[in-house]
Every structure is written in C-alpha cells, then in structure tokens.
Write a protein that binds this ligand. Structure first.
Ligand SMILES: [Zn+2]
Ligand SMILES: [Zn+2]
Length: 326
C-alpha cells in the first residue's frame, strides 16, 4: 500500500499512513528499554510512609490494600498558591490536583499483570476520584492517563496511573467536544456512535467486540497499533458508568494490553481517558472512551513542527495482528 493522508472526524486531524517503513512488529526492537531498578520502591506494600497519606484505598476499609490513590509528591499543578500568583491574558496560575493511582501492592510493571480484582478497583478509583473532583467548581477537567515503562514516560516502573485535574479544559478535549456538539446539532446523532457502527459493520479495524464495548484501530491512527476502547451505548460521562461496565472496561483494557505485549517486545505504552468536562450540562453529545497507544516511534521534527503524524503501520494491519493473539 502506498502512503496516504487520512482524516479523523472526531479530532479533525490528518495523519499520514506510510506502511513499508516498518511493516512487521519485530522491526520495533528499539522500543525495548532497559528496566530501571528503583530500590526500595516507594509504591510497594510496606513502603507506604514514602508517599503522602492516601486520598482513597481499595477495597474500602480492608486491612490490606490492593489499590491506593495518593497525591503526587511532585505535582504539575496545585490548588494552593503562596501568593496571588501570575495573572494576565497569557499567564494564569496552574491550579489543579495531581494524584497517583497505585494499581497493585506488589512490584509489577504492566496492567496486563494485574488480577481481576485489582483491575476492577483501579477503574472504580478512576470513577470515584473524577466524581469527587468534578464537584469542585474551580476545576474544569480531570485527565486520567497511564505511562507504562520508561519509553512511555514512567519515572517509576511500579504499575500506576495518574489523574491531573485542571482549571482549564485541555485543548484536544475542547476541540473534540466542539466537533461532537456540532455534529449532534446538525444530525441529531453522535459522531462517535456513527463511526463505531461503521467500524463494526466493516470489521477490518475491529480488535474486540464484546461485553458492550468495541475496541478498534482508528482509520486515521496517529501511532502504530493505536486502539480505542469505546462503550457501544452512547454515554457522555465516564463517572456515570455502572460497576459492571467499569469492570468490563478494565478487563478489556487488560486484554488489549496483553495483545500488545504478545505482539511487540515489552512495549512502553500510554492510555488516556476522554470524558465530558466537569460542570457541562450541555455535554450530552460527548462519548467517553479510552485511547491506548504503544510508544514504538519517537515524535520527531516533522510531528513537532507540523502537528501531523506519520504512522508506519496501517490500522488494518494492526487490528489483524492484535485480533490474532489468542
Ligand atoms: Zn514497587
Ligand atoms: Zn455516542
């Protein structure tokens, strides 16, 4: 297949799919990073004194924790400001909350290594913390994300994810919100629901379709093996998901990561949640979902300078590889 430009309707973004540069998974050997050994690990059970007091522990009230949420020791944003802080049209205080979700008491590096229970508590903690922070009128958005392995930006290898809630809605979320609202107004339908129905019907880019969720490699994937995990029934707000939906979502995410790890050598990866911003009563057009991307290629001058992405693996090929994992 020759290279081609492809457009993603959700983000209004173009990418270049350029297969042939690295068509097979084993061309990504450079994705393997040396393991960092941090001893003693502050996230392991028994070292709780090395992190701040938890804001939530799971299972609630249990003597031995499985999942623990703590404030980040080195926050990117903070609620308290020592002075009035900077303020002009171009500078504002970075107000917000930065938390770490420690997903297991023992030292493992990937969500694929977690028990059913740990995955369920992890996804329940995402919902609980977003619901809690979403009541604060100073905060506009809560970003849940995971950096796994050094190449994914993880500074500690112990399995964890993070939550950064900010007073400003990130531009990519605001843009997605505008796209979905415009479409809803024009067509009285959700753009992502339409896209999902078309993907399921076509099936070439679908990886999983079960338990009320569809996982597919988007037509205009920015990254090799990029996969979106989307609830099939329209829903704007992740915090409104039922316990059984959260459990299915978590277990399917673990299955997707297991498939990545079976297809690629110890891949670094990121995933992140897109959900409706806090306090948006007009946000019914949004459709929450997770986006998962292994970090196989580095962002380089073209991506940074143009904002466009070149993806060397077609999403059709990626979905075929991931589907075949047993
Ligand atoms: Zn550890
Ligand atoms: Zn929808």
């Amino acid at each position: 297949m020759d290279g081609e430009y492809r457009w993603d309707p959700i983000s209004d973004r173009w990418v270049i799919i350029a297969p042939g540069r690295a068509a097979r998974p084993d061309h990504f050997q450079e994705g393997v990073m040396a393991r960092q050994i941090v001893a003693p690990c502050p996230f392991c059970r028994g070292h709780e004194a090395q992190t701040p007091q938890p804001v939530a522990v799971y299972p609630p009230g249990a003597a031995e924790w499985q999942v623990r949420v703590v404030p980040n020791l080195f926050p990117a944003v903070a609620m308290e400001w020592s002075s009035a802080g900077p303020s002009s049209s171009a500078v504002r205080p970075a107000v917000g909350v930065h938390e770490v979700i420690i997903e297991a008491p023992h030292h493992v590096v990937s969500l694929a290594q977690l028990s059913d229970e740990q995955v369920s508590w992890t996804f329940a903690s995402y919902r609980d913390r977003l619901a809690e922070l979403g009541r604060d009128s100073r905060l506009a958005y809560g970003a849940i994300f995971k950096n796994a392995r050094a190449g994914g930006g993880a500074s500690l290898e112990h399995v964890h994810s993070q939550l950064i809630a900010t007073a400003q809605t990130p531009e990519s979320i605001a843009q997605e919100m505008r796209r979905l609202m415009d479409h809803w107004q024009a067509r009285q339908r959700c753009l992502l629901c339409e896209l999902l129905a078309a993907e399921v019907q076509q099936s070439r880019r679908v990886v999983l379709d079960r338990d009320g969720f569809v996982a597919f490699c988007p037509f205009a994937s920015r990254f090799p093996y990029e996969t979106w995990l989307v609830p099939q029934a329209h829903a704007a707000d992740f915090t409104a998901a039922t316990p059984s939906q959260l459990e299915s979502c978590g277990w399917l995410m673990r299955d997707l990561i297991r498939r990545l790890e079976a297809s690629l050598p110890e891949p670094a990866y990121n995933f992140w949640l897109h959900t409706v911003p806090f306090h948006r009563r007009d946000g019914a057009a949004f459709h929450w979902h997770f986006e998962l991307a292994p970090r196989l290629t580095r962002l380089a001058g073209f991506e940074l300078g143009s904002g466009s992405f070149i993806n060397p693996v077609s999403p059709e090929k990626a979905a075929q590889v991931l589907r075949q994992v047993r």
